[in-house]
Design a protein around this ligand. Sequence first.
Ligand SMILES: [Zn+2]
Length: 232
Amino acid sequence: MKLVLPLAALALAHAGPAAAFLPGPRRALLPGLAGTTVPGRIALTFDDGPATDSTPQFLRVLAEHDVHATFFVLGTEARKVPGLIAEIAAAGHEIGVHGWDHRCLLRKTPARTHRELRATRDLVERLTGTRPRWFRAPYGVFSTGSLVSARALGLRPILWSTWGFDWTEGCTPDSIHRRVSCNLGTGGTILLHDSDVTTGNGAWRATLGALPAILAECRGRGLRIGALGHAD
Ligand SMILES: [Zn+2]
C-alpha cells in the first residue's frame, strides 16, 4: 500500500492536465487555454499539417478571403515538406507546435516529450526564421511534463473554444459549419484540420468546403478573424 499510493499520485500528476480536454473543467481551471480572450476577435487554427495535397488549398482560400490563421504542425510532417512550411509562413500565417508526432503525450516520458517539443520548435524556426509561440498537444491532452517543457521552451499552451468535428467520417461542410457556429464567441479560438494525416479519411475536403461559410459567419457576427498571435 505504501508503494501504491505514491505511484497513484504520480500517475495523477502525469495525467491531471488531461482534464483540460473536457470543455467544462477546461474553462473553469484554465480559462486562457480557450483563446486569447481579446474582445471582438476570434482566432482561426488548423491542426495536423502540413500536407501537400490539402494545406496549399487552405492557403488559397484564406488568401482569397484575406484571412490569416495559426497552423499547428507536426514535426514528422513538416520535415517532409520544408518548402510548404516556408510557404505557410511567407503567406503571413503563424506556425505553432502540435508535437513531433500525433501520439498522446501521456504515453511518453517527460524527457522524450521535452526532446520532441524542442526539436519541433527548432525545426519550425530553422525553416521560417521565426520561433513558434504556441503549443497545442495532440488530442488537446497535455501531460504535466509537456506543460513544464512548454514553459521552458517559451511555448504557450492553447486549446480552443469551438471545433468542427471535422476529422470524423461522414462530416460535411454543413455539419462542420453548424458545429463551429454553436460556440462561436468573442475572444475564442476555432479548431479545424488542414490534413487527414491521423485518419486518412479525406475529411479535410469537407473542412475546406466549410471554410468560406465559417468566415462569413464570423464576419456576420462582427468578429475579426486572424491568427492567435496577430492583432488583426
Ligand atoms: Zn491533432
